[in-house]
Design a protein around this ligand. Structure first.
Ligand SMILES: NC(=O)c1ccc[n+]([C@@H]2O[C@H](COP(=O)([O-])OP(=O)(O)OC[C@H]3O[C@@H](n4cnc5c(N)ncnc54)[C@H](OP(=O)(O)O)[C@@H]3O)[C@@H](O)[C@H]2O)c1
Length: 291
């Protein structure tokens, strides 16, 4: 196992920001089921400040985490935001009184969500906004169909200066192409990890275009990764399965940017340290075979 050093490990999105490839996903900073405040607000703030100290300059959030709670904690921990920090938020859903995540994608609803993000983050313009599409039985799978109307609404808000850069989330290749015909995108955020590998071709085609690919649930999300192969490779290398899963993603393609989520400082440090590792070729081949 070699080390390579995170400082060399940045990615420049075509027409967009340059960020360290190891970022942070803030969803875990809300309460249980991403609802309400966290049990320990002080630790949530410490996690964010430590992330930035460790070199994280790409944080993923959403106004519907909490709702509002995570954006408010981000603001309390890090505002005024450094120009070097890229905050990526997403729109396309709201929360209902049962904690559900109903779609909300009409142009008016999207405008409300953009303004709510601006308010809760306390900024004049949002760095990157992803239109979250998808749905299906699990709520996180792609569903074919035109996204021209909602994405067009975001493109208008970009032209007005409310949004700097656009992305799409939980989308298939056709929806990516449709969005790109309307306005440039800098990022795609989909469900992908060592055990869930639907997007191999999409990752490669985005890499050719200089568009970042940001896998959500890099550690399995609500169902931690369970793989005997991953456990065996990690044990052989003297690393944790989570660290190996993150390093595998970083080695998958240069346009892959990570946003592992955690509510704990110790886990954050472990995840960020995974950007320093390098898996040997035989380990990569074994892990490739999981998918
Ligand atoms: N676009 C979308 O639809 C979408 C959907 C889901 C998520 N996201 C974004 O993607 C980010 C990442 O997803 P995620 O947070 O759901 O899942 P994840 O990063 O795959 O895993 C997070 C889970 O792993 C645990 N964990 C993290 N680091 C660990 C470590 N070193 N050791 C042991 N356990 C560890 C966390 O618990 P602890 O808090 O105990 O560490 C948490 O339960 C989110 O924060 C969010 O920003 C986007």
């Amino acid at each position: 196992m070699q080390t390579r050093g995170m400082t060399n490990s940045t990615y420049t999105m075509t027409g967009g920001p340059t960020v360290a490839r190891m970022g942070y996903g803030a969803m875990q900073l809300a309460g249980p089921r991403v609802w309400g405040p966290p049990a320990d607000r002080g630790e949530a703030i410490a996690v964010l400040r430590t992330a930035v100290e460790l070199g994280v300059d790409h944080i993923d959030t959403a106004d519907f985490y909490g709702p509002h709670v995570v954006n408010e904690i981000l603001r309390e921990a890090l505002a005024p935001f450094s120009g070097d920090l890229t905050i990526v938020t997403k729109v396309g859903s709201v929360r209902d009184e049962n904690g559900g995540w109903p779609h909300a994608r009409s142009p008016e609803q999207l405008r409300d969500q953009v303004h709510s993000n601006l308010r809760t983050l306390g900024v004049d313009a949002l760095d990157v906004v992803n239109l979250r599409v998808g749905g299906g039985a699990d709520g996180h799978s792609t569903v074919p169909g035109s996204i021209a109307e909602p994405f067009g609404a975001l493109a208008e808000m970009r032209a007005e200066g409310l949004i700097r850069h656009l992305g799409v989330s939980v989308v298939d290749a056709e929806q990516v192409a449709e969005a790109r015909a309307i306005a440039p995108i800098v990022t795609v955020q989909n469900w992908y990890n060592v055990a869930h590998r639907g997007d191999e071709e999409l990752i490669a085609s985005l890499a050719e275009q200089g568009i970042s690919y940001v896998p959500f649930w890099p550690l399995g999300g609500f169902s931690p990764l369970q793989s005997g192969v991953l456990d065996a490779v990690a044990a052989r290398l003297g690393q944790t399965p989570n660290a190996v899963a993150l390093t595998w993603l970083l080695q998958r393609s240069p346009n892959v940017l990570l946003i592992p989520g955690t509510s704990k400082e110790a886990h954050l440090r472990e995840n960020v340290a995974a950007a320093e590792l390098e898996l040997p070729a035989d380990a990569v081949a074994e892990l490739d075979a999981i998918g």
